[in-house]
Design a binder for this molecule. Sequence first.
Ligand SMILES: [Zn+2]
Length: 455
Amino acid sequence: MKTHVRCGTLFSACDQEAKPAQTLVYDARGILEFVGPTEQAPTAAAGDQVLDHSRQFVMPGLIDVHVHLAYGNAKSEEDIDLYSPLEFRALRGLFFAQKLLAAGYTALCSPGDAGQVSLSIRNAIRAGLFDGPRVSAAGPYITSRQSLTDWYPSWIGAPSTSIGRLVASRDEAIEEIRVQAKNGVDCVKIALDGIQRRPDGSLIAAFTSDETDIMVREIQRLGLKAVVHAIGREAVLYAARAGVDLIFHAFDLDDECIDAVLKGGSAIAPTLTFQRNIIDFTQAQDPAAAKGRVDHVRRQYERACRSLTKAHKAGIPMMAGTDSGFAVTPYGEWHARELEILVNDVGLSPAEALCAATRTNARFLADSERVGRLEPGRCADFIALDGSPLENISLLLDKRRILAVYLGGKRMTLPERDYDPRQVTDAALVNWTDVYTQARVAELRRDKPLARAAE
Ligand SMILES: [Zn+2]
């Protein structure tokens, strides 16, 4: 039995055009056999299924290359690293992966993870135990004392349940890469810088250029993809020279960096949604505001948009990711915001943004040959939309506009389920966000006369 899908408009992501009156035909395994004008399509035989999306916009399922399935919509680094057992994180992550599917995301990469949480989610979905998007998984970040995920004081280090694996030498790094490869990861993530800066303000790369080369060579020798977290100039330069497959963030690119990235062939996934959401959603009472993080992120965002616009113009491939899994980037909510940002602030056309989230993102996935475009031989992973994202990219954020999601030719219907967020993530031990001295209390009472009335 074959399935014929009548599409009002089809954006196949094979090129940058949307075409009217198209048809998809796929076989019982969900593999596409025909993609083209309805008038040239094979006629449906008796017993074939015909799906009518002739008044809708059909495109490949979206892909997010930066979703942390293990984080659980965390409000703090401790929430991410310490409190939930790995077993619970896997169950929770599977639930949240389904939220992406409901939002039109049929594939994701989970780069950087505690234990084997994302791997287990990937395997459970792949084995057919649960419905969920196609997952490409990493293990814990390879981390040094200068890396992103070594948050805690040196006498604590990175606990075994954390998302970073602290390595003290090249040998330890190589051993960790080999362990992760044996466990079956699709990619290995290196935390190539963090938050430590030199007195002049420049971010310090967490590994030397030499160490980066050695790690990336070993990752790629084992047939895996290499991805780095690199915000600063130095880390981007080392990553580009080592030829990593994907660089996350790359906020501080000068001409030397852009040249090196072009030469090394890396793609960049700016992942600006996380920054934008911090700026737009953080409330005055949130510790992030009190610590001055919002202002810092705002300056960083503006600088990043300037350099990434240059990088895009220079021809560096852009991928779309969101850093979902934090309280400001909850699963299933803001994935398409990255496309809005790429269009509004980085200079991509809407068609380029759709390609970033489909065919370009697919290059980084384990399933790169099977997803990302609608063409014969690839999987029938597609969505049907009410309206054209080429006219209004933001409609992808409106769940009511996503009328149908198909994965491997099968329509996915996922129940909306309420849950208690306090039992899912909120285990951190912080109780107050202020210090209530007499002076502070008097100040608060001046601001809020009601508090005095309630005395
Ligand atoms: Zn991330």
